[in-house]
Design a binder for this molecule. Structure first.
Ligand code: NAP
Length: 311
């Protein structure tokens, strides 16, 4: 495969921090656009990776950054907005995608990989609705696009296991809204591999890949499993929906918005893939049991080995 010039939006986040090095290993030259490069200097030290301050919402800035590129990758996404009326979701998902498509057209970029999410368009959550609206813009564009719809993504620094682990270290009992929602956690390394293969294989153009791991698991079980991995005995208390709604409402006022009513609405749907996108791309899905115990520090045997190796 010929090395390509790739511009990544949202590449400083959890997925980007795994995807950028993966693409860099293929020989690609990558420009990661960020709102604040000082916060992410680590990424920019890789050869052929440039971290660039840019207002990704500005069309002319984007067009300038995209000039001469072979492909754009859009990883920008939010789980929570500042207000509650959907404006934040529309700006981050829909308007940004529209601006990016415009800028691609203006600068001659033909290829786009767009990150979305499983169940986009279902229900009434702003999150899932705006994901689908962004997808619709991409699908109707003249670009050679590929869309990815992952379930929840796990790996080093993820927002699921690591977040619950931090919580479980301090609370003995965890009341949980939508505890029976089902997920199919997919490894961030497999997601990065899917993007890398899409860039390498033209038959992925015009296709949408649902990405899930080898196991379907309820949210409550994810939390219990995480507690075991960090060596804590914890009680997970599934909340009935009426109380779950109250928890979501209260969560909106807590620092970092741990849960919101919009999250609650999107959790109404199981985040489980209908098609095996990883298999379609020739990728064998990595189980969470193969990765997370060591990262969460619960695999004492592995930790002992690591200590031994470090001397
Ligand atoms: N993690 C998961 O489990 C999961 C599951 C399904 C789908 N996804 C989707 O996959 C993508 C990447 O996920 P992630 O976990 O890597 O997310 P993340 O860690 O939150 O990173 C997203 C990046 O997007 C940029 N960004 C955020 N809000 C923005 C805004 N309003 N305007 C412009 N840029 C903004 C940020 O870059 P700067 O601050 O550097 O500008 C940030 O580093 C997202 O679209 C996410 O919704 C993730």
């Amino acid at each position: 495969m010929r090395p390509q010039k790739i511009v990544v939006l949202g590449g400083t986040g959890f997925v980007g921090r795994h995807l950028v090095p993966r693409l860099q290993r293929d020989g690609h030259a990558i420009r990661v656009l960020t709102r604040n490069r000082d916060l992410h200097r680590g990424l920019g030290v890789l050869p052929r990776v440039a971290l660039v301050n840019a207002d990704v919402h500005d069309r002319s800035t984007l067009a300038r950054e995209l000039a001469g590129a072979d492909a754009a990758i859009n990883l920008v996404g939010i789980l929570n907005e500042r207000g509650n009326d959907g404006a934040g979701f529309r700006k981050a998902h829909v308007e940004l995608t529209r601006t990016l498509l415009d800028a691609c057209a203006g600068s001659g970029v033909r290829r786009l990989l767009q990150m979305s999410a499983l169940r986009a368009g279902e229900g009434t959550s702003h999150y899932l609705q705006t994901r689908a609206q962004a997808e619709a813009l991409v699908r109707s564009s003249p670009l050679a696009w590929t869309i990815f719809r992952p379930s929840v993504i796990f790996g080093d620094g993820d927002g699921l296991f690591f977040r619950f682990a931090a919580l479980l270290r301090v609370v003995p009992i965890l009341p949980l809204a939508r505890a029976h929602a089902r997920f199919q956690p997919v490894y961030v390394g497999d997601v990065a591999e899917a993007f890398a293969r899409a860039l390498a294989h033209p038959h992925t153009q015009g296709r949408c890949y649902e990405l899930g791991g080898p196991r379907v698991i309820e949210l409550a079980e994810i939390v219990r499993w995480t507690a075991r991995m960090i060596g804590k005995r914890r009680v997970v208390l599934p909340l009935p929906d009426a109380l779950g709604r109250v928890q979501a409402l209260v969560g909106e006022w807590l620092p970092g918005k741990p849960i919101s009513r919009d999250n609650f609405r999107s959790l109404q749907f199981d985040s489980v893939a209908r098609d095996d996108g990883l298999a379609a791309l020739g990728i064998v899905a990595t189980p969470m049991e193969a990765i997370m115990p060591r990262l969460l520090g619960g695999d004492s045997h592995q930790r002992a080995l690591d200590r031994f190796r470090r001397g």
